[in-house]
Design a protein around this ligand. Structure first.
Ligand code: LLP
Length: 404
C-alpha cells in the first residue's frame, strides 16, 4: 500500500482516517478461501468499522454482517447485505431491538442468557413469528489477550456455560416460537495463539454432537466468532489456513455451515490515522509532540495502552524520546509514550498505523471536537466516505431545544 498522505491532507485537511479498500478485499478473500472445503459465511463484525462504504464494500464481496445493536443491523441492511446473512449478538438487547430484528427476519439472533431467550420467545409469540436463534456458549477458556477484550471466561459477562446452553436448547426446541439453528462461541479479540481457539472449538463441537445424539437437535450454523489478531508491532499471527483446519477437524462428520465473524483481521491494517503536528514542547526533561488528533479520535492507546506504530512523514533523522499527545484536557490523551521520533515542525504529518479497526467507531465528540473525515482508497483513487463534522453538526440535537 503506497498512500500519498500529504496529498490527502491537502485535499481533505487533518486529522483523517484513510482505508485501503483493496487490502480489505484481500483480507476477506484470504479468510473466505481458507474455508473453501466447507459451506461458510464470513459475517464481518460491523463494530470494527461501521462506515457504510466499508460495510457495503464487504457486502459486495459476499460478506454477511455480525451486528451488536439494531443500529448496526440497519447499517448492514441499508447497504444491501441480505437479511439471511445478518446475525445479531450482544448480552443486552432491548425488547425493541429484539422485535425489530424479528421483523427484519435476519438469519439469527444470538442469545446470551436464559432470561433473554424468554424475552425472544415472548416477542416472537407476540409477532406470531418463529425466531431463529443461536446460543452463545462461554467455554471458560483463557484466550490470552488483553483482559478488556477477553470474553471466553466465566468471569466475563458473555454467553452461557455448557449446562445452561443445553437447558436453553431444550427450551427452544419445545417452544412453538423458537427455532434453534445455531451455536456460537467467541473467546476474545486480537488472538495470536491458536491453542485456546482449538480448545474452545472442540468444547463447542462436542456439545453439537451431544445435542444431535441425545436431544435430536440438529444445528445448521457453527459460529466460531471473530478475534483473529493482526500485526501492530511484531506479533506472530495465527495462520488462516491452520485456523480453518482446526475448525474443520473439530467439525469432522457434522454437516454444518461454518460462520466466522472477523472484524479487526479484515479492516485493522487497512487503516491509517493521519494527524499533523501543532507544536513541540519540553517540560523539564520530557519532550512532547502535540498533534491535532486526540484520544477522542483514536482511543485505543489511552484505553488499552495499545501500541500503534507512529511515523513522522518525510523525516527520518535525529530521533529522540517523546510522548505524542493530543489537545484534549486529560493526561490520558496520548498516542504513544517514550517513543523515538525526529524533531518535528509545525504542520509535519504524523501517520498512526493499524487504525482501521476500533478507531473511528470508538471516536467521540469529547471536548466538542467534531469527528474527523474518513477516506477510501480503491484502485488508486481516493474518495470521501464520511465528511468531517462541523460545529453545526455537533449542536444540531441541542439547538432547537435551547428555547424550552
Ligand atoms: N464477534 C463477537 C461476538 C465479538 O464480541 C467481537 C468483538 C467480534 C466478533 C470481532 O472481533 P475481532 O475479529 O474484531 O477481534 N475495542 C477493542 C476490541 C473489542 C472487540 C469486541 N468484540 C479494541 O480496540 O481492541
Amino acid at each position: 500500500m503506497n498512500i500519498n498522505f500529504k496529498e490527502l491532507a491537502n485535499k481533505y485537511q487533518t486529522p483523517y482516517y484513510v482505508y485501503d479498500f483493496d487490502y480489505i478485499t484481500k483480507q476477506y478473500q484470504e479468510l473466505k478461501s481458507a474455508f473453501r472445503a466447507r459451506k461458510s459465511l464470513i459475517s464481518y463484525a460491523v463494530k470494527a468499522n461501521s462506515n457504510l462504504s466499508v460495510v457495503k464494500h464487504l457486502g459486495d464481496q459476499g460478506a454477511g454482517a455480525d451486528c451488536v445493536s439494531i443500529g448496526e443491523v440497519k447499517r448492514a441492511l441499508k447497504v444491501g447485505i441480505a437479511k439471511y446473512k445478518i446475525i445479531f449478538s450482544g448480552v443486552g438487547k432491548t425488547d425493541d431491538e429484539i422485535r425489530q430484528a424479528l421483523e427484519f427476519d435476519i438469519l439469527m439472533i444470538n442469545v446470551e442468557s436464559e432470561a433473554e431467550l424468554k424475552r425472544v420467545d415472548l416477542m416472537a409469540k407476540e409477532l406470531d413469528a418463529k425466531a431463529r436463534i443461536s446460543i452463545r456458549v462461554n467455554p471458560n477458556v483463557d484466550p490470552k489477550t488483553h483482559p478488556y477484550i477477553s470474553t471466553g471466561l466465566h468471569e466475563n459477562k458473555f454467553g452461557v456455560d455448557l449446562d445452561t446452553a443445553k437447558r436453553m436448547y431444550i427450551f427452544a426446541k419445545q417452544s412453538d416460537n423458537l427455532d434453534p439453528i445455531g451455536i456460537h462461541c467467541h473467546i476474545g479479540s486480537q488472538l495470536t495463539e491458536l491453542e485456546p481457539i482449538k480448545e474452545s472449538i472442540n468444547i463447542v463441537a462436542e456439545l453439537v454432537r451431544n445435542l444431535s445424539s441425545a436431544l435430536k437437535i440438529e444445528l445448521s450454523f457453527f459460529d466460531v466468532g471473530g478475534g483473529l489478531g493482526i500485526v501492530y508491532d511484531d506479533e506472530t499471527l495465527i495462520d488462516t489456513n491452520e485456523y480453518a483446519q482446526v475448525i474443520l477437524e473439530a467439525l469432522f462428520g457434522i454437516d454444518i455451515t461454518v460462520v466466522c465473524e472477523p472484524g479487526r483481521f479484515i479492516v485493522g491494517n487497512s487503516g491509517t490515522f493521519v494527524t499533523k503536528v501543532l507544536y513541540e514542547k519540553v517540560n523539564g526533561a520530557k519532550r512532547f509532540v502535540i498533534v491535532d488528533g486526540a484520544m477522542n479520535d483514536l482511543i485505543r492507546p489511552s484505553l488499552y495502552d495499545a501500541y500503534h506504530k507512529i511515523e513522522v512523514l518525510e523525516k527520518t533523522k535525529t530521533k529522540s524520546s517523546c510522548n505524542v499527545v493530543g489537545p484534549v484536557c486529560e493526561s490520558g490523551d496520548f498516542f504513544a509514550k517514550n517513543i523515538e521520533l525526529p524533531i518535528t515542525e509545525h504542520n509535519d504529518l504524523v501517520a498512526i498505523y493499524s487504525a482501521g479497526a476500533y478507531g473511528f467507531t470508538m471516536a467521540s465528540n469529547y471536548n466538542t471536537r467534531g469527528k474527523v473525515a474518513e477516506i477510501a482508497l480503491e484502485d488508486g483513487k481516493d474518495r470521501l466516505i464520511r465528511r468531517r463534522e462541523t460545529f453545526e453538526d455537533l449542536i444540531a440535537h441541542e439547538e432547537d431545544l435551547l428555547k424550552n
